[in-house]
Ligand binder design. Structure first.
Ligand code: GDP
Length: 477
């Protein structure tokens, strides 16, 4: 394996600027070693501070990871309902509960990892039904998965807003100091309440420091609000001098598809995308009820693609005689639960010549018709499709969709976002270019922790703003 390891080292340095640790076995995760040959070099470079914090996280994990002496001690104390004595173990943990759709899970896992990094904790990942089938282990010598015999795993499904162990409920009834709990459940899902939202306050963060086990359930990319906590500010700006690169680097550090999914990705890429002069991704996610395809959505896609010069117009009268040599080709990768959009766009470019003479091929890997979050093959295909979209040169995404956010962040692409249609009509303008490639936090708090009043958290600092696709959401720019 010396040959391919050498190539990997070169790619690792050139494409990722030293983001990944060494010491991986290439065969166990082909995507990590070969994705460099499918991607253009990123125009962003990780800060040397980020690299050094990642290397120290990796050694911290080796000391505190599953079944290390320190882990065993802290788990025993948890079983006994006690906090360990700091002289026995100083390891503290964030446990991420597998929850919600795959795009959401990728974003929340990145959020939990950054939170663990900021608070000197180790992140442990609940496998849920399929996490281990979807993602390679991101650390060379220690698993990031929560061991199957972890004492309170069987309660994860039941944790919700009303759980007595949730921070919000503990605050409603008493204080954290009085509660004497060996673990804390942090309910950060879309339906969280005002007490749960105090997670985003500096004083509350300080109170968590003595608790060894923080267990998080969320379906939100909560990183933008971490940038508004004063005690994290300095560290975050050293880690990410370019604010819009947070998910881009965390994503390329943590998320590599397993070999079977890498097969789905590379076979599709080689067959339909590799030879084109340019690759355009169009991600269609329709949140309306009823089965698509919808004419207004199709109109909107075409209006956006043509207005923004992503795809050429066609000559309706078929009068253009196209020379058969030196024609440029564009490959359009569409993703959607429905196959109807693909059929219509493909027909347009089959039935008519383009005014530029370009040849347009339109391809869609799957059309599952409806969402089934628990179906294993559907999530494999969903992950392959997010990854394929991230390999395109230009990307169009749908409003509100975490599926699109993952693709844009991994790809380092500022997408054109299709505005959300209202009353079954195509919005005008149909789309706009994103301010940054960062995902949007859909359910942020609007609270000033010091003054104890409501504020517009999208107007506090210049790099945390309201999202293009959701007026109350927050994103880094
Ligand atoms: P979001 O709902 O758009 O934010 O994205 P999520 O990934 O969190 O949840 C949607 C789920 O529906 C995905 O995980 C897939 O299982 C499925 N899904 C939605 N759109 C597509 C698509 O274009 N292709 C495939 N294969 N699955 C999709």
């Amino acid at each position: 394996e010396s040959d391919s390891s050498h190539l990997f080292e070169v790619w690792n340095d050139e494409v990722l600027g030293g983001l990944l640790p060494g010491g991986f076995d290439a065969k166990s995760c082909l995507s990590r070693h070969h994705s460099g040959s499918y991607r253009k070099e990123s125009q962003y470079k990780p800060s040397s501070y980020l690299l050094s914090r990642l290397r120290s996280y990796e050694s911290h994990l080796k000391r505190c990871g599953p079944y290390t002496m320190s882990y065993n001690i802290t788990v025993d104390k948890l079983k006994a309902g006690q906090q360990p004595n700091p002289s026995e173990s100083d390891c503290k943990y964030v446990v991420w509960i597998s929850y919600s759709g795959l795009g959401n899970r990728i974003l929340t896992l990145a959020s939990a990892f950054l939170y663990a990094l900021l608070t000197n904790r180790v992140l442990l990942v609940d496998r849920g039904t399929d996490m281990a089938d979807l993602f390679c282990e991101p650390f060379p010598e220690m698993s990031w998965f929560l061991p199957l015999d972890f004492p309170i795993s069987n309660q994860f499904n039941k944790f919700d807003q009303r759980s007595p162990h949730s921070y919000g409920n503990i605050l409603k009834n008493a204080t954290l100091e009085k509660s004497d709990t060996p673990f804390l459940y942090l309910h950060l899902a879309h339906d969280y309440g005002d007490h749960d939202k105090l997670f985003f306050c500096e004083q509350d963060q300080a109170a968590f420091q003595n608790i060894n086990w923080l267990i998080i359930k969320t379906d939100n990319y909560f990183i933008p609000s971490l940038f508004l906590i004063p005690s994290f500010e300095q560290e975050l700006s050293s880690l990410f001098p370019e604010k819009e690169t947070v998910f881009h680097f965390l994503g390329r550090y943590l998320f590599y598809p397993t070999n079977s999914i890498w097969g789905l990705i590379t076979r599709f890429y080689e067959a339909y995308l590799a030879k084109a002069d340019e690759r355009i991704g169009i991600q269609i996610r329709v949140f309306d009820t009823g089965v698509g395809p919808f004419q207004h959505v199709l109109d909107q896609i075409l209006a956006c693609a043509m207005k923004e010069n992503l795809l050429p117009e066609v000559d309706e009268n078929n009068q253009i005689i196209v020379p058969s040599t030196n024609q440029k080709t564009k490959a359009v990768l569409m993703t959607s639960l429905s196959s109807g959009y693909l059929d219509k766009v493909r027909d347009i470019y089959w039935e008519h010549p383009t005014v530029t003479g370009e040849i347009i091929g339109v391809y869609q890997p799957s059309h599952e018709e409806y969402q089934q979050t628990e179906k294993k093959m559907q999530n494999k295909k969903a992950w392959a499709e997010m990854y394929l979209l991230s390999l395109t040169d230009k990307l169009v995404t749908s409003s509100w969709s975490t599926f699109g956010y993952v693709a844009q962040g991994l790809g380092g692409l500022k997408p054109w976002i299709l505005y959300k249609p209202e009353n079954a009509t195509a919005p005008d303008p149909p789309c706009r270019r994103a301010m940054s490639m960062e995902p949007c936090f859909h359910a942020p708090p609007f609270y000033d922790c010091k003054k104890k009043t409501g504020i517009d958290t999208g107007a506090v600092v210049p790099h945390v703003r309201h999202c293009e696709d959701m007026s109350w959401g927050l994103k880094l720019v």
